[in-house]
Design a protein around this ligand. Structure first.
Ligand code: PLP
Length: 385
């Protein structure tokens, strides 16, 4: 479907003609469908095989949003990530992967991959010159994140896609933080774009879901692996995700407006030691983010001069945000990654990639801008007192 992304969020992937004239896609809450002459196991119509009308419609919409051939939804972001990695890597293979990663992905790479006979080496996504020395004849894939969690670094994504292409590696990118509104990886040469749809794509803190987006061949391979591993999204959750996606553009606009206002206030406040938001001119990769992204999303992190103790006082003083994990939803959420999402990482490794004990990550919601800014300001003043 042609048209602006705002239009495709609403209309792309809709069944034509509409089923029984229904404007909203019905939920096909049926585990299986009548046998229709399917010739292979993967084509049998069954929820676990990821091919109900709700799955197919989401696949069409997500592919359209990122300008890709096709897509696949999964039962969680981690199901999309692990299933995709296990599709493109086999025993004996080697993976190059960004060192600053979502905690669950980092845990999987450091604790589980070895059991599958797959080796991995961490790379600095902002230092392409260092990648070649880490590549081996067994390297088969390269994995990065659009913006790193929780430090909001923006790696050299163009170099990552080009390096993978040059060496015949499959390139994978976790595009959760940017969402299709701000970055469309396939258009930049990546083979597989992965999402935790739990976050911006759904946006309402009420489901866990994931997606893989890419070429027909590659997604079909991921789907066959998913069919075996079983990480399928339930049709009811498909329907909630379908509804959530439709408002992504208006939500993202407000996330971004709020995040920039908050980031600017934090940067100017005497109690704050550092702020990381790709939309700030002070961000070390602001120019790159501006070139690559259509917007800077609603994630930021910051540190107080008083460290962990001040951070705890600050969190106690907030009245609007919720202190809770996850991100990309309508509510503003604040976390201390060192004790939540990245608690599984060795403390020295955490510090090496910039996650100090007092670092706070904010998923800026879509509340009133002034209300949020004022609430953060009063909490900063109280934490500093
Ligand atoms: N990728 C990123 C960047 C995330 O932040 C998360 C979850 O927080 C995931 C992947 C995992 O997604 P899920 O919780 O849907 O499995």
């Amino acid at each position: 479907m042609k048209g602006r992304i705002e239009t495709r969020l609403i209309h792309a992937g809709e069944p034509e003609p509409r089923i029984e004239g229904a404007v909203s896609l019905p939920i096909f809450q049926t585990a299986q469908f009548l046998y229709g002459g399917e010739g292979s196991y993967n084509d049998i119509r069954y929820i676990r095989l990821n091919n109900t009308p709700n799955h197919d419609a989401l696949a069409r919409k997500l592919a359209s949003l990122e300008g890709a051939e096709t897509a696949l939804v999964t039962s969680s972001g981690m199901a999309a990530i692990t299933t995709s990695l296990l599709t493109v890597l086999s025993a004996g293979d080697h993976l190059l992967i960004q060192d600053s990663l979502y905690g669950g992905t980092h845990d999987f790479v450091t604790h589980d991959l070895e059991g599958f006979g797959i080796a991995a080496t961490f790379i600095d996504a902002d230092d392409p010159a260092s990648w070649e020395s880490k590549r081996t004849p067994k390297t088969k894939a390269l994995y990065v994140e659009t913006m790193s969690n929780p430090t909001l670094r923006v790696g050299d994504l163009k170099a990552a896609a080009a390096f993978a292409r040059r060496h015949g590696l499959v390139s994978l990118i976790d595009n959760t933080f940017a969402s299709p509104m701000n970055f469309r990886p396939v258009e930049h040469g990546f083979d597989l774009s992965l999402h935790s749809c739990t976050k911006y794509l759904n946006g309402h803190s009420d489901i866990v879901a994931g997606a893989a987006i890419g070429s027909k061949d590659l997604i079909e391979r991921v789907r066959h692996k998913l069919n075996h591993l079983g990480g399928s999204l339930d049709p009811h959750a498909c329907s909630l995700l379908w509804r959530g996606i439709k408002t992504l553009a208006v939500r993202m606009r407000q996330h971004q407006e709020n995040a920039l206002a908050l980031a600017r206030m934090l940067e100017a406040h005497a109690a704050v030691a550092a702020v990381s938001y790709p939309g700030l001119a002070s961000h070390p990769r602001h120019a790159r983010a501006k070139e690559l992204f259509d917007g800077f999303s609603g994630m930021l992190s910051f540190e107080l001069k008083g460290g962990l103790d001040a951070a705890k006082r600050f969190l106690d003083a907030l009245t609007i945000p919720l202190i809770a994990p996850s991100l990309g939803c309508v509510e503003t959420l604040v976390t201390l990654p060192a004790v939540t999402s990245h608690a599984g990482m060795a403390p020295e490794e955490r510090r090496r990639i910039g996650i100090t004990d007092g670092l706070m990550r904010v998923s800026v919601g879509i509340e009133g801008t002034d209300d949020l800014v004022e609430d953060f300001r009063q909490a900063l003043n109280r934490a500093a007192a």
